[in-house]
Ligand binder design. Structure first.
Ligand code: SF4
Ligand code: SF4
Ligand code: FES
Length: 315
């Protein structure tokens, strides 16, 4: 008997406000041995819905085009075997296929990932010395090889809660670009330092090392352990390590509250007569910090609201 499978696929386009508008549609197709999810989508296009949009190129896990969410997990459709999908799908239940939810919808399973190209352009490219020293350790070359195996599928970005839930696309470069930044920062011939940008413009502090990005990476890159954590360490070394830069570290660690005691460059928080601990200014600073935290909470709630609105499917 021929085995059949039901795929429940998102069909839709953005509405006038750019929000996804569509519905999940069921298609039943026959399965052949060895099929992957992308084969089933192609069969649906051939037999039921020629206008179903999906993006793909290589069908070999190399171009990073066919990213989607299958049964709620971000994966490459061309590298996801149907036998594995059938094993994980409850009996008589359809296989769910949706576009990546973190990015704006273009049509059906296709999303607009142009944010990635814009972010890439913000990164300072490699800058080698005039006369490079071509001798470097094999370990240094091997370390970069892992980062260079990225196929730019954006599955990690789609999974990262900072981007998916909180929509911080302006403030946070995301796991894919921390991989790229790590590849540049650890390059044995590169002379540039991108640490200030990694700290401030690319917002590495927002990453709380949940490792969700690493779990979905089809290239097997240890994004968190080998790219993000070493970059965080470099930020800490440059900005907060008292052995490397005592004054800068003191100023940063104390966030200005007691920096007058430690820094010869400002009298903003200097001890003053009856108020040697300068309590009033410290209290003002704490109040200011509370107000900033409150403001951050409000912005967070607004972002979450925007994210919900943006990705709610109007069924
Ligand atoms: S480890 Fe960091 S970058 Fe990766 S998913 Fe978690 S928060 Fe995002
Ligand atoms: S790091 Fe991995 S998951 Fe992220 S874009 Fe590159 S290959 Fe895809
Ligand atoms: S089609 Fe190229 S990675 Fe899937």
């Amino acid at each position: 008997m021929v085995e059949k499978v039901t795929f429940r696929v998102f069909r839709g386009e953005p509405d006038a406000d750019g929000d996804p508008f569509g519905k999940m549609v069921d298609y039943e197709v026959e399965l052949d041995e060895g099929m992957v999810v992308l084969d089933v989508i192609h069969r649906i296009q051939a037999e039921h819905a020629p206008d179903l949009s999906c993006r793909w190129n290589c069908k070999a896990g190399k171009c990073g085009s066919c990213s989607a969410e299958v049964n709620g997990k971000a994966r490459l459709m061309c590298m996801t075997r149907m036998e594995d999908i059938l094993e994980e799908t409850p009996e008589k239940e359809p296989v769910l296929v949706k576009p990546m939810q973190a990015f704006p919808l273009t049509k059906d399973l296709v999303t607009d990932t142009s944010w990635a190209y814009k972010t890439d352009k913000r990164i300072e490219p490699i800058n080698g010395p005039e006369e490079p020293d071509w001798e470097f350790h094999q370990e240094e070359a091997d370390r970069l090889q892992e980062f260079r195996s990225c196929i730019e599928c954006m599955l990690c970005v789609n999974t990262c809660h900072v981007l998916r839930e909180h929509q911080m696309f302006d403030e946070f470069a995301g796991p894919r670009f921390f991989v790229r930044l790590a590849g540049l920062e650890m390059h044995p011939l590169d002379t540039e330092s991108r640490i200030p940008e990694i700290k401030d413009d690319f917002g590495i502090g927002y990453c709380n090392i949940t490792r969700c990005c690493t779990e979905v990476c089809p290239a097997g890159i240890q994004i968190t352990d080998n790219a993000i954590i070493p970059l965080k360490e470099r930020v800490v070394t440059d900005y907060y390590d008292p052995l490397v830069n005592p004054i800068k570290a003191a100023l940063n660690i104390t966030s200005g509250v007691v920096s007058g005691v430690l820094s010869p460059f400002t009298d903003e928080f200097a001890p003053s007569g009856k108020d040697p601990g300068n309590l009033e200014k410290a209290q003002n600073a704490v109040e200011g910090e509370r107000a900033r935290a409150e403001e951050a909470r409000k912005m967070d709630a607004q972002r979450a609201d925007r994210a919900r609105k943006r990705f709610r499917s109007k069924l």
